[in-house]
Design a protein around this ligand. Structure first.
Ligand code: HGA
Length: 611
């Protein structure tokens, strides 16, 4: 994902811009650039493909000094990663723009603006913004007025910043679907797509809301909301606990990361949702063309990421009608694979350095797959570099060895993939994309509601203190969720846990059930609920202890040996994401109860870079 930094100050701003870009590097990018209104009274820019360090080196050779500037790290969606496509984009010598997101009507805008005589020098959608603004500026003479006039003509998602050589005392910014935050200083102000970029210069922030336009000067900030009303946005003082490498008020990184999920899921969705559809180009410039050819999907991953892939199989086949296979990378890489024509190879990894997954990708490249797609949390990883397409999850650094927020953001990425493939292939039933896009927007709130059950789950965890074995049950897409729940419990509490599809219970594992074997079940309110209830009766009849996480509308209640935790109601397709949360909390509290090393469980490592 791209990053934006802007500054207007009395001191020289280029070092602030470059440092800000460095702090956003973790988000992943392919090129970087700055534009500065220099002391010679001109807008000048410097852009480089590759690392921010290369941009910094170029700037050391040819410094750009000034008091107003914008900067950007780009992750290409329209046009290849190259210097000419890197931001900032100019219109003439007067206007510069940086942009995160996707302008969907760029083709139509481009031909209209070309008709008006504007000459394009990049392949990006972003360049249409800067020429459109120039066009409006010539009619209206004021940058804020030009931006307000241009916004209704921009369809898609954006966080953008613009500066003009004609009004070199201000940065204009606009937010719709991609975040922006203003950093407030003394006699200087800043802008960024993430407050992390500005922590070096201020601890006071103002977050723009959807539809906001802001005019940022050295000594003032003015904001207009989507209806054009002048508004104040709350000032937020930064608190130490918000830093990624700091546990803050939490006892363990794992608990902090569990509670970050509403925020990081929100971030993973940002800039990727249109009004009623997914923005397919979030997967890269060639995504639309390649997705149109996909007839099968092969997913390969390890551990928790493998469970995310298993959930995706239910989505890809059930919602998008696209055949899908999922396999553990360490198996896939060593077996002879028969590749169906037009199969998209999808790898999933938090770090992007997982040795088996990487080896599987390298093998796949020899096997004639249509293309490769990486779903990954680290933009500068090998997996991302070596894949044709990428969707970066925005989980931020995950410190706890047992993966939590990386998993749920992978699921969000896989749901975006399902909808994108279905949209492009025309295989989604009518109304599915708009409905799920709406549900995805609500998802962070639902996740917050589920996390509010923290204390209830902590109480239930006490039941596990003396237990040595546990069963996890789920049906349909909840089966992989049960597998992930069992894996979490094993990883951090060292209690033996197995997951079964609930229908398999009586084919074997029921023999194990007695009062010493807790059975944990996830029960959303779907067409499999009645069948699941029968399976639970089978457990209760044998004296088993049941812990059921059930939809509040599922009509399940506490009984002898049965503990029901009511979950917020959610669309069935998104239930796997929501129901993961209480299982993470359960493992966490069982581990705390048992006094294990929660963040660094024995024998395990975070990024498995060896076979
Ligand atoms: N569409 C623009 C910006 C891409 C972006 O925001 N990526 O995360 C481009 O391709 O330059």
């Amino acid at each position: 994902m791209c990053g934006i930094v802007g500054a207007v100050a009395e001191r020289s701003i280029t070092p602030i811009l470059v440092e800000g870009l460095k702090r956003l590097e973790y988000r992943g990018y392919d090129s970087a650039g700055v534009a500065v209104f220099t002391q010679s009274g001109q807008l000048q820019r410097c852009r480089r493909v590759g690392k921010v360090a290369e941009l910094a080196q170029a700037l050391a050779g040819e410094p750009l000094n000034g008091h107003l500037g914008i900067a950007h790290t780009r992750w290409a969606t329209h046009g290849a990663p190259s210097e000419r496509n890197a931001h900032p984009h100019f219109s003439g010598e007067e206007l510069a723009v940086v942009h995160n997101g996707i302008i969907e009507n760029h083709e139509e805008l481009r031909s209209r603006l070309q008709g008006l005589g504007y000459v394009f020098s990049s392949d990006t959608d972003t360049e249409t913004i800067v020429h459109l603004l120039q066009h409006k500026l010539q009619q209206l003479g004021d940058l804020a007025a030009a931006l307000k006039a241009a916004i209704p003509e921009l369809h898609g998602a954006y966080g953008l910043a613009v500066i003009s050589a004609k009004q070199p005392d201000r940065i204009l910014a606009a937010r719709s679907g991609s975040p922006l935050v203003i950093g407030l200083g003394l006699g200087e102000n800043f802008l960024a797509s993430d407050q992390l970029a500005l922590r070096q210069v201020t601890d006071r922030f103002m977050y723009l809301e959807e539809g906001d336009i802001a005019e940022i000067r050295r000594d003032s900030v003015q904001i207009w909301d989507a209806s054009g009303q002048s508004v104040q946005r709350e000032q937020v003082q930064y608190h130490e606990g918000a830093e990624a490498a700091d546990k803050g008020a939490y006892r363990h990184f794992m608990l902090k990361e569990i509670h970050e999920q509403p925020k990081v899921v929100q971030r993973t969705l940002e800039g990727r949702l249109g009004t009623d559809h997914v923005l397919v180009q979030a997967f890269g410039p060639q995504a639309e063309e390649l997705f149109a050819k996909v007839r099968n999907v092969q997913i390969v991953a390890c551990g928790t990421s493998y469970h995310a892939g298993m959930v995706a199989r239910y989505w890809l086949e059930g919602l998008a009608g696209i055949p899908c296979q999922v396999e553990v990378a360490s198996e896939f890489r060593y077996r002879k694979v028969v590749v169906q024509p037009d199969t998209l190879f999808v790898s999933i990894s938090q770090s992007g350095e997982t040795a088996d997954t990487l080896a599987a990708l390298r093998n796949a490249k020899e096997l004639g797959y249509l293309a490769s797609l990486a779903i990954c949390n680290v933009g500068i990883s090998s997996l991302v570099r070596e894949s044709d397409l990428t969707l970066l999850t925005q989980a931020g650094p995950e410190i706890g060895v047992a993966s939590t927020k990386a998993f749920t953001t992978q699921l969000v990425g896989l749901m975006l993939l399902t909808l994108s493939l279905g949209q492009v292939r025309g295989t989604l039933e009518a109304g599915v994309a708009p409905e799920l896009v709406e549900e995805l927007r609500r998802l962070p709130t639902r996740l917050g509601e589920a996390l509010a059950m923290d204390k209830t789950v902590e109480k239930i965890a006490e039941l596990f203190a003396e237990k040595h074995h546990t069963l996890f049950l789920g049906r349909g897409a909840q089966y992989p969720v049960a597998m992930e729940g069992a894996l979490k419990l094993k990883e951090i509490s060292y209690i033996h846990a197995e997951a079964y599809p609930a229908g398999e219970l009586k084919h074997g594992p029921l023999a194990l059930v007695d009062s010493d074997m807790p059975v944990v079940t996830v029960a959303p309110n779907n067409e499999l609920l009645e069948k699941l209830k029968s399976n639970l009766q089978e457990v209760a009849a044998r004296g088993g202890q049941l812990i059921v996480f059930a939809d509040q509308q599922a009509g399940m209640s506490n009984g002898a040996g049965t503990h029901v935790v009511n979950m917020p109601h959610i669309h069935d397709a998104l239930a796997p994401i929501l129901y993961t949360l209480p299982l993470q909390l359960l493992s966490y509290y069982v581990a705390v109860f048992k006094g294990t090393d929660v963040d660094q469980p024995r024998n395990l490592a975070k990024s498995v870079t060896v076979e």
